[in-house]
Ligand binder design. Structure first.
Ligand SMILES: C[S@@+](CC[C@H](N)C(=O)[O-])C[C@H]1O[C@@H](n2cnc3c(N)ncnc32)[C@H](O)[C@@H]1O
Length: 223
């Protein structure tokens, strides 16, 4: 029921076209590259990247996130799931840990549900996070990982999201996102750093992670 209510508050956008990869084709998140590329060519603003993140970037995204029993990780824009793959061992090592993944793309969601049947994935707008979490009061969120193209999104929307995440996290809780190295020439990338540095108790930029297409920086904020 809650699931249905939540689905109605989010702005869904159904994308037509590319078939969902077979279970064999989806055997590794990074193996979904050409599928991802096709989606990028169809909707560059939404997908925002030509290739899924590498396992090296995924490792850097989750490094140092310590969870206590019963805590949760929320992932915004998991795509084909490279970060999800890196989150799974963390969840497995903590009793009662849980996960919520939110992506607007129905094909990515279908793929992720098949790949990780024990995790919860919702097809919804990540900016409906407050409503999505209100419908899941049992979640104690320790970390929020974002694969959303925050640098390209409207600043008021990004500001509201970071305010909400800051208010949601406990002391020591983590907000992580990444930015491609070439965006250092984009003032919006510096604006995002400034926003996170000002809002959170601690903010560091890790990387570059060279073994990613393209190389990327991890923006790691801690409440
Ligand atoms: C740059 S891709 C990152 C995918 C994956 N995290 C990775 O690193 O390979 C951005 C992802 O965010 C999703 N996305 C973009 N805007 C969104 C929104 N407002 N709400 C939910 N998902 C969104 C896209 O469908 C896509 O899966």
């Amino acid at each position: 029921m809650a699931h249905r209510a939540v689905a109605s508050v989010a702005r869904h956008r159904v994308m037509s076209g590319a078939p969902i990869p077979s279970a064999a084709g989806a055997s590794a998140a990074s193996g979904s590259g050409s599928w991802f590329l096709r989606k990028f060519l169809r909707d560059p603003k939404e997908v925002a990247s030509v290739w899924p993140s590498s396992r090296f970037l995924a490792r850097a995204m989750v490094a140092g996130i310590d969870m206590a029993p019963g805590e949760s990780i929320v992932e915004l824009g998991p795509g084909t799931g490279p970060f999800t793959d890196a989150i799974v061992p963390k969840l497995a090592s903590v009793p009662g840990a849980s996960y919520l993944g939110i992506d607007r793309d129905p094909e990515f969601i279908a793929h992720l549900r098949r790949r990780h049947p024990g995790l919860e994935f919702v097809q919804a707008d990540a900016f409906a996070l407050p409503e999505l979490l209100a419908a899941r009061p049992q979640l104690r969120v320790r970390a929020v990982l974002s694969g959303l193209p925050l640098v390209a999104l409207p600043k008021p929307q990004v500001t509201a999201l970071s305010e909400f995440v800051h208010g949601l996290l406990p002391t020591g809780g983590a907000f992580r996102t990444f930015s491609y190295l070439h965006t250092v020439v984009n003032p919006a990338s510096w604006w995002l750093r400034g926003l996170l540095r000002e809002r959170f108790a601690r903010f560091v930029v890790n990387g570059p992670v060279w073994r990613n297409v393209p190389p990327a920086l991890v923006f790691a904020a801690q409440r």
